[in-house]
Design a protein around this ligand. Structure first.
Ligand SMILES: C[S@@+](CC[C@H](N)C(=O)[O-])C[C@H]1O[C@@H](n2cnc3c(N)ncnc32)[C@H](O)[C@@H]1O
Length: 219
C-alpha cells in the first residue's frame, strides 16, 4: 500500500473519529451481508478475472469477493488511508492475497482495460455529482471490454417512507453528494459514462432508505 495526496472526501461514517466503529455500525443497521452477497452473486466472478472494489472501505466486500472466487485477482481502492489500514489488518488476519491502494480522488492509477469486474458498495452517495461523473468515466476507462460494473447504493424509491428515511443519510453525508441518488439519476449517469445494459437488478429496503443494486456492461 502506498500513500498519495488527495482531494477532500466524506469518510465512511461522515467523521473520521467514527471510522473504527464502521463495521459494527453497518452490520447493526443495514442488511449488509444480504446486499454484498447479492452483488457478488450477480457479478459471478470467474477464475483468473481481475476485480476492482472501488471505495472498498474496511474491505468487507473485497474479502468476500476473494473468498468466493479464490482464483480471481482482487484489488481494493479507497481515498481514505485510515480506513485502508483497517482493511489491511483484516486481510492479513484472513491471510488473503488482495492488493490494496489509495489514490488522489481523481485518477485511478490503473491502465485502460485493467479489470473484468468493478464492484462498489455504498460509495457513490459520498461523491458530489461532478465527481460521480468523473469516477464513472474512470471506471469505464479501466474496465475491459465485456466487463461488468456492479454498484450497490442508495437510489430513489417508489415508497415515500423509504424516500423519507434516506433523509437521515442525506443529513449525515450531505445533501450535495446524495442529490443524484435521491433523484434516481445514478443509472442514467452510468449510461452517460458509456456503459450499456444498465439495469436495477435488486432493491433492498433498509432503515436508511432504498439501496439499489445496479448492473451495467462495457460492450
Ligand atoms: C460507506 S463507506 C462504504 C465502504 C465499503 N464499500 C462497504 O461497503 O463497506 C464509503 C467509502 O467510500 C470511500 N470514499 C469516499 N470518497 C471516495 C472517493 N472519492 N473515491 C473512493 N472512495 C471514496 C470512503 O473512504 C469509504 O470507505
Amino acid at each position: 500500500m502506498f500513500t498519495v495526496s488527495k482531494t477532500k472526501y466524506i469518510p465512511a461514517l461522515r467523521f473520521k473519529w467514527l471510522t473504527p466503529l464502521y463495521d459494527f455500525f453497518l452490520n447493526l443497521t443495514m442488511p449488509e451481508r444480504k446486499i454484498k452477497e447479492a452483488l457478488l452473486k450477480t457479478a459471478n466472478v470467474l477464475p483468473g478475472e481481475k476485480v476492482l472494489d472501488f471505495g472498498c472501505g474496511t474491505a468487507t466486500l473485497t474479502i468476500m469477493a476473494k473468498k468466493s472466487s479464490p482464483e480471481a485477482k482482487v484489488t481494493g481502492i479507497d481515498i481514505d488511508t485510515e480506513i485502508l489500514a483497517k482493511a489491511s489488518k483484516k486481510i492479513k488476519e484472513e491471510k488473503l492475497d488482495i492488493f490494496l491502494l489509495d489514490y488522489d480522488g481523481k485518477h485511478l492509477p490503473f491502465q485502460r482495460n485493467a479489470f473484468d469486474r468493478v464492484i462498489s458498495c455504498l460509495v457513490f452517495h459520498h461523491l458530489d455529482t461532478d465527481i460521480k461523473q468523473n469516477m464513472l468515466a474512470e471506471l469505464f476507462r479501466v474496465m475491459n471490454k465485456d466487463g461488468q460494473l456492479l454498484i450497490a447504493d442508495f437510489g430513489r424509491s417508489k415508497s415515500w417512507v423509504q424516500r423519507t428515511l434516506f433523509n437521515i443519510i442525506r443529513c449525515l453525508d450531505g445533501f450535495k453528494s446524495t442529490d443524484a441518488n435521491a433523484r434516481g439519476l445514478l443509472p442514467e449517469m452510468i449510461s452517460d459514462a458509456g456503459f450499456e445494459n444498465v439495469a436495477i437488478a435488486t432493491r433492498f429496503t433498509t432503515m436508511f432508505g432504498e439501496v439499489q443494486l445496479i448492473s451495467a456492461e462495457k460492450i
